[in-house]
Design a protein around this ligand. Structure first.
Ligand SMILES: Nc1nc2c(ncn2[C@@H]2O[C@H](COP(=O)(O)OP(=O)(O)O)[C@@H](O)[C@H]2O)c(=O)[nH]1
Ligand SMILES: [Mg+2]
Length: 205
């Protein structure tokens, strides 16, 4: 069975968990306890093939450390780098993460890297408090040739679902020839299952 591993990265509070939960459950759930990192699993079929999707949602503290971020980058087939359009510092963090992904993937084929890194400006519903212009996001994405999205976990289910689907598709093309890699350190014991059917098991508070 094909496994697709996607890491959702970005600074604290940008809406990583909200985006993942929105994709998996269609719901927007406002508040989470983010004291532990978490891997969500979902089975899905893509072009008639069964896939096991793993979504890595880092805990805020651990994702700050470079070594852990390295582990996360080594583990994943695809990256969704998130910032909050109403928080400029989160954009700088996203920029640093995109740089690091690029740096660590220098050995890989360039095209692979480009298609499996998405830059996502979340909280588009807060555009009246915008601190990051859409063009800044577009410019960074163009520089690193990654796909760019501006969306809102709170208000846009369709866009969120499309973005994840596109990432799954790209990552599944990219990982065909790749060998299995390590999990991010420590995440195994914390791994939690979220069922396709909402409500069976949701990230606990
Ligand atoms: N207005 C708005 N708030 C959001 C959105 N996505 C997440 N939030 C809020 O931002 C805060 C942090 O979200 P969370 O998913 O825990 O961020 P994480 O630390 O990146 O996992 C929470 O209060 C969420 O309700 C969004 O699209 N719009
Ligand atoms: Mg979180």
């Amino acid at each position: 069975m094909n496994e697709i591993k996607i890491a959702v990265l970005g600074s604290e509070g940008v809406g990583k968990s909200a985006l993942i939960v929105r994709f998996l459950t269609k719901r927007f759930i406002g508040e989470y306890a983010s004291s532990s990192e978490c891997i969500y699993r979902k089975r899905l079929s893509l072009d008639g093939r069964q896939l096991n999707l793993e979504l890595y949602d880092p805990c805020s503290q651990t994702c700050e450390g470079k070594s852990t971020l390295n582990d996360q980058i080594n583990w994943a087939d695809g990256f969704i780098v998130v910032y909050d359009i109403s928080d400029h510092s989160s954009f700088l963090t996203a920029k640093a993460i995109v740089h690091l992904i690029r740096e660590l993937h220098l050995g890989a084929a360039k095209r692979d890297v480009e298609s499996v890194v998405f830059l996502v400006g979340n909280k588009q519903d807060l555009c009246h408090m915008r601190e990051v212009r859409r063009e800044e996001g577009q410019h960074l994405a163009a520089e690193f040739r990654c796909q760019f999205y501006e969306l809102s976990a709170a208000e846009h289910y369709q866009e969120v679902a499309l973005m994840f689907s596109k990432m799954v598709q790209n990552a599944s093309l990219g990982n065909k020839a790749k060998e299995r890699r390590r999990r991010p350190s420590g995440s195994k014991s914390m791994a939690k299952l979220i069922n396709n059917v909402f409500g069976k098991r949701r990230k606990s508070v």
